[in-house]
Write a protein that binds this ligand. Sequence first.
Ligand SMILES: Nc1nc2c(c(=O)[nH]1)N[C@H]1C(S)=C(S)[C@@H](COP(=O)(O)OP(=O)(O)OC[C@H]3O[C@@H](n4cnc5c(=O)[nH]c(N)nc54)[C@H](O)[C@@H]3O)O[C@H]1N2
Ligand SMILES: Nc1nc2c(c(=O)[nH]1)N[C@H]1C(S)=C(S)[C@@H](COP(=O)(O)OP(=O)(O)OC[C@H]3O[C@@H](n4cnc5c(=O)[nH]c(N)nc54)[C@H](O)[C@@H]3O)O[C@H]1N2
Ligand code: SF4
Ligand SMILES: [Mo]
Length: 712
Amino acid sequence: MRTVKRACHLCEAMCGLEIDVDGDRVVAVRGNDDDVFSRGYLCPKGAAIGDLHHDPDRLRTPVRRVGSGPDATWEPIGWDEALDFAADGLNRIREEHGDSAVGAYLGNPTVHSHGSLFLPLLLKALRSKNIFSASTVDQRPQEFAYQTLFGAALLVPVPDVDRTAFLLVMGANPAVSNGSLMTAPDLKRRIKDVRARGGRVVVIDPRRTETARIADTHHFIRPGTDALLLLAMLNTIAAERLSAPGRLAGFTDGIDEVLAAAAPFTPEAVAPVTGIDADAIRALARDFAAAESAAAYGRVGTCHQEHGTTTSWLVQVLNIVTGNLDRPGGVMFTTPALDVVAASGPTRRGRWESRVRGLPEFMGEIPVATMSDEILTEGEGRVRAMLVSAGNPVLSTPDGRRVDEAFAALDFFVAIDLYVTETSRHADIILPPVSPLERSHYDHAFSALAIHNIARWSPPVFDAPADGMQDFEVFVELAARVAGSTRAEIIASRFGPDVETPDDVVAMGFAFGPYGADRGDGRPLTFDDVRDTPDGIDLGPLQPRLPERLLTSDQRIQLAAPELLAEVELLVGRLAEAPDAADDGLLLIGRRQLRSNNSWMHNQERLVKGRDRCTLLVHPDDATRHELSEGDRVVVTSRVSSLEVPIEISDEVMVGVVSIPHGWGHGRTGVGWKTAAANPGVSVNDLTDATLLDRLSGNAALSEVPVTLARA
Ligand SMILES: Nc1nc2c(c(=O)[nH]1)N[C@H]1C(S)=C(S)[C@@H](COP(=O)(O)OP(=O)(O)OC[C@H]3O[C@@H](n4cnc5c(=O)[nH]c(N)nc54)[C@H](O)[C@@H]3O)O[C@H]1N2
Ligand SMILES: Nc1nc2c(c(=O)[nH]1)N[C@H]1C(S)=C(S)[C@@H](COP(=O)(O)OP(=O)(O)OC[C@H]3O[C@@H](n4cnc5c(=O)[nH]c(N)nc54)[C@H](O)[C@@H]3O)O[C@H]1N2
Ligand code: SF4
Ligand SMILES: [Mo]
């Protein structure tokens, strides 16, 4: 028996684990009490980390598809042959139809492996303008807002949750998700602590979530109207002269202009549209402004809407006009040991548009909501081959049935995944990297989003099998074959001659990073220090970083960006839109669950046992109106499709709103995860609409999808 200390790679919280190993088996997983960051916390997904490793359905060797449709079978082949086959197939399409005829989708787990530091090498070799990722079903509106305000998408203001006196949570459920763009283990406890030390927590959500239940106050909000609520708060702040940006005024322009733009949005005008009454809006604005420190935080629910970027921008406007940006207890920028923000520089966008719908490029990507258009729409420049790495877009992106159709129609498809999924079942070849427990781990991305500065590296729990390949090796070997180059040349072209592995990049990053000369005690922070401290190195609480950290050309914040002021003008039109009580329409929203991880942990028995969780939540009044009773099966219909699902009647959703969790829908033929297929559920993204987008960034508006119900 031995015990390995290791950070959990499954979500953004990066908890420190203790993993007991007997021979080649994981026998127990605990939270590591000595971890400087997570202090023993562990969630049910972390406890299943060993089950993933031992899952018999996980692919251990590359497989090539033989035959097609329901009769397809998978033939195991060796890595050399597999990589040649994949690269030859991609190059054949590139030679015949141009570089952009090969597209790529990069899924969420990509960013949970420092092997992805090598992914740009493969993308560079492919030279395609059709790159898609999970970012455009997730946080792109926030990135767009941060690029506009601070000069870089990755300059994320993180709520200083451990010191704040007022936490305003909009469209996020950290008690379940454990936080996003706010890396912190055990957020449930931290949120309770805000209250325990005399602070306040307010949640704005169309559902009374697990987070709402531990808050002081919860307001139901009509989906998609957060921008109006924020404008009404700014209206109150302007009317009552509560604006107090403090030192931020020294490097922020346009505060008065933005406050003036909020003039039409009185709490009385906004109340009927949002469903939050005017007095409550005014009180919220006053309390936020009066708090000793306050942090406004928006997440997925504020991004999955037509005004996602505007909302994300307004969240920060609120933080700025009240002086809460860049101060303890407000929202702050991190100082990570490996500074991915400084390394990537100012964000570029708008350099090209997607072919079919003219959607804008951002950081080299175009919105995934248009991926199936690019594959299915005939004509010059059509995407004919795809590379999908750690992604399951058939379940994760809007209008999933059409995405499914698109992947079936490809001439060639390479999947890099651990399973035969709803998406990878269409692949010509699947390249499975070794299990995550067979590689080292460093949270290059989430350390830069953490509520406390720490550095922690984890060793592999098991040696990688001799015939296995790590994810970074797959990227580099494919890149070399696509470009007709060697592995060493490819790596050297980006990282110089001394780098061979992701750990080497991290070591180099530490040396050039903010602690490279001094970690606070006069000694430099080295990779060896971090490697030899498995409980993590505490680099201190977040520090004020402005204006030096800004990547705007003049190192100032331009609050009154013309693009966003134009959106505010458009929002005036929505003030006339109070919903009619007699209106039969319902809006569909999502629901993350503690024991799910997007589309892919439903194959772990301990996480799916028990009752069917893939249900439609309906408010009792709406159930009565539709003559529905508990447990009935209903047909839910949106503009794009319909599906059948059991209902749960509950007043935890607001009247007029229904909710289905995402990531289910494993009932499609030919998937390799047998436990998941036995409890399939339905995919909410069969209902979501790929034409509903955040106006500025093109992010999918997966919330506020109009639907109707009928008894099955
Ligand atoms: N309706 C609706 N849709 C949503 C959302 C929502 O809230 N509502 N949320 C969106 C969000 S925020 C996100 S991030 C996306 C996520 O959606 P995706 O980008 O599709 O990511 P996942 O579903 O997390 O995982 C995709 C795949 O990664 C594979 N995988 C797991 N670990 C590894 C690994 O180490 N290596 C490799 N190569 N593969 C691995 C899994 O087998 C799985 O097939 O979903 C989005 N879709
Ligand atoms: N257990 C678990 N943890 C996860 C994941 C998982 O699948 N399972 N996924 C991970 C990923 S990829 C991400 S990105 C994060 C996401 O982390 P969060 O954003 O915290 O997660 P969600 O539960 O999607 O929270 C979105 C909330 O927005 C609400 N909402 C919907 N529409 C609106 C609206 O118009 N306005 C407002 N104000 N609220 C709205 C929803 O009811 C929901 O409560 O979670 C991560 N953590
Ligand atoms: S909260 Fe996230 S990082 Fe922590 S144990 Fe659970 S899945 Fe792992
Ligand atoms: Mo996400």
